[in-house]
Design a protein around this ligand. Sequence first.
Ligand code: G4P
Length: 534
Amino acid sequence: MSNTASNRPELPPEIARRRTFAIISHPDAGKTTLTEKFLLYGGAIQMAGQVRAKGEARRTRSDFMKMEQDRGISVSASAMSFDFSGFRFNLVDTPGHSDFSEDTYRTLTAVDAAVMVIDGAKGVESQTQKLFEVCRLRDLPILTFCNKMDRESRDTFEIIDEIQENLAIDVTPASWPIGVGRDFIGCYDLLRDRLELMDRADRNKVAESVEINGLDDPKLAEHVPAELLEKFLEEVEMAKELLPQLDPQSVLEGHMTPIWFGSAINSFGVQELMHGIANFGPEPQPQSASPRAIAPEEKKVAGFVFKVQANMDPKHRDRVAFVRMASGHFKRGMKLTHVRSKKPMAISNPVLFLASDRELAEEAWAGDIIGIPNHGQLRIGDTLTEGEAIRVTGIPSFAPELLQGVRAGDPMKAKHLEKALMQFAEEGAAKVFKPSIGSGFIVGVVGALQFEVLASRIELEYGLPVRFEASQFTSARWVSGDKAAVEKFAEANKQHISHDHDGDIVYLTRLQWDIDRVARDYPDVKLTATKEMM
Ligand code: G4P
C-alpha cells in the first residue's frame, strides 16, 4: 500500500503539485501559530512573529473590532500561497466566528482538504465540531493536528477516541507522542520511521530527526529515556491492535483522518504535518458544475468566485473577488467570459497572496486562488470560463435565521442605504429583502453579531448611521416553481412577499404553520431554505 493518496494520476505536474486547503479549529487551539510556522517553512516569511503579531492585535479587541481588524489586515490573510518540498500550498483562511458559518461553508467549497487543529488538553471543542460537520457535507479529506503537546495533555488514546466518537470518523495515528507534559520529548513518526525530538530551548528550531529502523531498533533507547520508552512501545503496540491502519483511499473519501501530534509554538510536528498535506492533500479535485463537471486537467481555464471582499479601502469602492481556479493554466491578461452576464472580462491585474503581500499573478493553475479587483461585476458563485456556458454549482446561500428591519437615521438617505445594503448582500455579508408593501428593507443574517458589524460598516464605509429594529417576520424562504402559480401565489400573499438583491421572490413569515400551509394550498409552488448562488 502506498503512503500517499492520489485519485488524479492524469494531472499535469504543475497542477498535481498543488495543495489547496483550509485550517479548521476552535479559537485558541493554535491556528494562527500553525499558519505562521507553515509560512516560515514555506519560506514566505523570514521569522516567527509576523503573523502572530496580527493574531494578538486581533485578540485584544472585541469580537466586532476583530472583524474590522481582520478586514483591515489586507486581503492577503484570506488566501496564502507558499512552496514546500516541491509542492505549492494554497492555504485559505476560514473566518473564525461561529456567526459567519455561511461564509465558512463557501470558503470550504474552494479547498480540497482541511487541517483540523485541536488542543491536546481540550480535545474536540464546539467550533471544531461545527466546522467538521461542514467539511463532512462535502466529504472533504481531513488531516488532524493535535497541538500543545508540550503542555499537560490528555491521554493519546482518549484524544483519539474522542475524535472517533464525537465526529464519527476513523482515526489513524501518523505519529505517536512520547511522554506527556513536562516529560514530552517528541514523537515517533509512524509513517516514515523517524524519531522526532523537540527542542524546548529554541522554539523556532526545527526538531532533530533520527532515522530509526523500526520500533525494535536499539537506536531508540539511545534517545528515549527507559521509563518513557517502555510505555511508548506498549502504547504503540496497543494502537496497532486497536486502531485502524492508514488507508489513503479512506482518507481521500473523508472517512478516515490521520493524526499528527505536535506543538506549533515549538515548531514541533509541523513539518511532518506538511509532508502529510503533500501526501494526502489531495491534488485539485474536479468541480461540480452544470451542465457538466469541470476537471482540473482541462486545457481551458475556468474558475469561480467563492468570496468577495468589498471596501478594503473605504476611499475606493473596490472589491476583490476571490477566485478558485478550477481548471487549466491561467495567464495574466487573459479574457474570460463572465458566464452570468455573458460578458467578456479582461483579467489584467489579478493578485496572488504571498504571506503578508499581494503581488500580480502572472499565471495561475487549477487549484490556485487569485484575487480579481473589480467594481461589483463579480459576485459569489459566479463562474469565469474561456467561453463555455458552464456554471459551478454547490455554492449555496442559506436562508437567514434572524431578520430585522433597517432604516437610515436620516430618511433623506434612503437611496444611499439601499446602495450600501445591496453591496453587502452581494458581498454575502447579509441577505437584504425589499418587501413589496411599504418602504424600508429587511435584513437577514445567521448570527446576531452580524447586525452590529453591518451597522458599524454602513456607518464607517458609507457615513450613514442606521437603526435596526424588530421585524414582524422571523423566517425567509425562496419561492420557485411554475411561473403562473408563483405569480398567483405572490399576488394573494402580498404582505409576505419581498425580493432579494438578485430580484428573486422571497416569502417572509413568522410561523412555520404558514410555510406548511403554502405547501398544502400551493402544490406548484416550492419554498426553499437555500438557493444556489449564481
Ligand atoms: P488561534 O489562532 O487558534 O486562536 O490560536 P493561536 O495560534 O493564537 O494560539 C492560541 C494560544 O495558544 C497562544 O497563546 C499561543 O501562543 C498558544 N499556543 C499555540 N501553540 C502552542 C503550543 O504548541 N504549545 C503551547 N503551550 N501553546 C501554544 P496566548 O497566550 O494567547 O498568546 P501568547 O502570549 O503565547 O503569544
